[in-house]
Design a protein around this ligand. Structure first.
Ligand SMILES: Cc1cc2nc3c(=O)[nH]c(=O)nc-3n(C[C@H](O)[C@H](O)[C@H](O)COP(=O)(O)OP(=O)(O)OC[C@H]3O[C@@H](n4cnc5c(N)ncnc54)[C@H](O)[C@@H]3O)c2cc1C
Length: 334
């Protein structure tokens, strides 16, 4: 389906109003190829939009939004230990996790309840509770936007990093993810080492469903439901700084939350930095820092994208002024 001057309010979890000059959604690869060959305006910018859960529309989008709505989850290969599951880009991420849990396949459960679609999962290398998409992605099947040839990226070729992949660097803007093949385990293997999980789940009695339920409960308690309060989840990335700088800061601010990254670097909890400056509940225009979780910026009702930008800039400025640390948005500005 192709529309012009299309309202995107229901296509971004901030719930911000913005129009796309052209909006194209498709549910078959044939429709996508035909659009790219015959109808695609190469003189305009374009953007592949999944669930819009990591996007900040700062203005009307002056180009083409391409939105996959392809569906399908199928087992493509299995042996006694592992199963390979292919999932179409337009599937909702959490529907896949639910499916895996119901089929007794291990590996995706810690990523329960992350909003968004399958197509974004390798781009973002989504992560939560000690697991990242990279831990279960086998390969990523893509279509070249330039010439509609197909290309398979192995896990290694995706060059995954923290919320990062090749699709944000060398291959940015070149491919549409068509589907992703995940490698899951048939035998129980949980990853329950992550902080708050340990205290609520007993590994000796854990099942896939109890782990999923516990994670959903923790997430519901901590994060606003985008259906009720607009947000894009964690707004900023956790900064990684040299260990020496972190050690000095930790001496000055002993409650600062830090995680070692190798021998020479330290990750700092961006939420701690923001919270420590008293930002919880702070508001600029219609944009507000979530009172329960300082890392989440929300739409308090009638926010414009520019309100969120101003709020983010104020937080970045104060964090840098106080701690000498530059925090950068995880959310993509459009
Ligand atoms: C309440 C809340 C909680 C969240 N919690 C987490 C969390 O715990 N961990 C985490 O990692 N993230 C989290 N997020 C962020 C978000 O859910 C993820 O980044 C998610 O992967 C975005 O998926 P999406 O389909 O909405 O992608 P979008 O926001 O629409 O797009 C994200 C990026 O993926 C690209 N993209 C999307 N689909 C395709 C495709 N088919 N082909 C090529 N590129 C594509 C886009 O171009 C863009 O660059 C949270 C967000 C919210 C609102």
């Amino acid at each position: 389906m192709k529309s012009e001057n299309f309202q995107l309010q229901n296509y971004n979890t901030f719930g911000l109003q913005a129009q796309a000059l052209v909006f194209f959604s498709y549910s078959s690869h044939e429709d996508l190829c035909s659009f790219l060959k015959n109808d695609f305006r190469r003189d305009l910018p374009f953007f592949i939009l999944g669930g819009g859960s990591n996007i900040l529309f700062t203005r009307n989008y002056p180009g083409t939004i391409i939105h996959p709505e392809t569906k399908g989850i199928s087992i493509v290969k299995e042996d006694s230990d592992t199963v390979f599951v292919n999932v179409a880009a337009g599937e909702i991420w959490d529907d896949f996790v639910k499916w895996a849990v119901e089929h007794n396949f291990y590996g995706a459960e810690n990523l329960s309840f992350i909003p968004g679609c399958i197509g974004a999962s390798p781009v973002q290398n989504i992560g939560a509770y000690g697991v990242e998409a990279k831990d279960i992605i086998h390969e990523v099947h893509c279509l070249s936007i330039a010439n509609q040839t197909e290309r398979m990226f192995s896990n290694a070729e995706c060059k995954f990093g923290y919320r990062d992949s090749i699709f944000k660097h060398e291959e940015a803007g070149k491919y549409i993810v068509l589907d992703v093949t995940f490698k899951l385990q048939k035998h129980a293997s949980f990853n329950l080492r992550y902080g708050s999980l340990q205290s609520v789940i007993d590994e000796s009695t854990a099942t896939l469903q109890t782990v999923r339920d516990a994670i959903i409960a923790i997430r519901k308690d901590k994060l606003p439901d985008p259906k009720e309060i607009g947000s894009a989840g964690s707004f900023f990335k956790n900064p990684v700084i040299p260990k020496a700088q972190a050690d000095a800061l930790k001496e000055q601010y002993p409650t600062m939350v830090t995680y070692p990254v190798g021998d020479e670097h330290t990750k700092i909890a961006a939420g701690w930095l923001i919270d420590s400056l008293g930002f919880k509940g702070f508001q600029i225009g219609g944009a507000k820092v979530h009172p329960k979780q300082a890392l989440v910026l929300t739409n308090a009702g009638d926010a414009e994208g520019s309100d969120v930008v101003k709020l983010a800039e104020e937080i970045q400025r104060k964090v840098f002024e106080t701690y000498g640390i530059a925090i950068v948005p995880e959310v993509i500005y459009l």
